[in-house]
Write a protein that binds this ligand. Sequence first.
Ligand code: FAD
Ligand code: UDP
Length: 386
Amino acid sequence: MATSTHPDGIADRYDYLIVGSGLFGATVARRATDAGLRCLVLEKRTHTGGNIYCENVHGINVHRYGAHIFHTSDKAVWEFVNRYVEMNRYTNSPVAVAPDGRMYNLPFNMNTFYQMWGVRTPGEAQARLGEQRQEALEAMKAAGVTEPRNLEEQALALIGRDIYLQLIKGYTEKQWGRPCSELPAFIIRRLPVRLTFDNNYFNDSHQGIPIGGYNPLIDALLDGSDVLTGTDFFADRTRWEQMADKVVFTGCIDQYFGYCYGHLDYRTVRFETETIHEANLQGNAVINYTSADVPYTRIIEHKHFEAFGDDVYSNPLTVISREYSAEWHDGAEPFYPVNDSRNSALYDRYKALADATPGVIFGGRLAEYRYYDMAPTIARALAVQL
Ligand code: FAD
Ligand code: UDP
């Protein structure tokens, strides 16, 4: 890029300083570079890509920060991604091991209802669901409630007691570290409930994983930008801010404002990754463990994201990750924002500060404190006014 006067190989001035090389920062970098603007991307981790980064272990692309399945109904986003990578035909169909020791298909569909109740037709399933929903609605009515106030009430009203107890309660309380009665209802609303034998976890029209993993996508988005990994913006904030006309900030919004109103809470995930001398350990990429007695939430077998049919056996090894959900602590990666009322109110205060900060675009999962999937993250980045 520009003639450099710095030992780290960067120029004196840039149009954009982009803090964070995850999907949001990288998408903005691509657009800005294509518009003839010069970008410097700072990344505090030792690699680019944020949470979609993949690590190649024994020829298998390991989703280092948890299973990532791309899915969208947004044609513009799908076309954008396909400009840079080819997507495979992966369809997410997790299976759950429940407290009763049995395995159930997810999301909640005719296969699940058959496994749970032995019902064989949509009519039979609907009748069973209707009874259970009625029970939940009556309990809410007796409590003087018209709309579900929390995840527990929402799940009971949506899917009933049996499924709530076998497939939702234990998993959700492990994942969020809080009782379902204290979690917001919207978390569970994103799971489909279907009266067809369809195990596709998503309703979107497009789904897949980039062939070769997510790193080629990030590399293509960052092509043409100057990138410094292992560089924390906050370690030398004044220097970096002076180098660009505009800042795109994708880190934690509370940190940007020096935690002036206090810390926002996050959930983090610890991954226990292991290579096993077996070609096909669990027969599926994602197996959820919905019992409170199993300490991890799920086990990912990474090869199934990119190997199908007999191809699964072409590598005699497999790599699995057990996921343990935990409260965020200093030094851990902040993964999921906790959208309870305390944190939502706190975020609103930071957002007001962000709105009053000219020249800085706050975007992505951490800066907007939002549970964004990849496609909405890209959509947001495509909508940014450069
Ligand atoms: P990030 O990927 O978090 O990127 C932010 C980057 O900023 C990071 O690299 C960080 O190191 C860097 N940074 C932060 N602070 C600083 C600083 N001070 N200086 C320099 N760099 C800094 N989405 C899906 O669509 N499908 C899925 O299946 C899916 N599964 C998920 C599973 C898990 C466990 C998690 C946590 C998320 C999942 N997501 C999934 C969501 C997906 O990860 C996000 O949508 C996406 O990563 C958001 O990109 P981002 O750029 O906003 O954030
Ligand atoms: N969920 C559940 N049981 C499962 C899988 C998911 O109860 O086996 C609930 C849980 O509350 C979770 C929410 O559904 O937070 C959304 O699940 P999803 O898999 O979409 O979450 P992600 O892992 O992508 O954050």
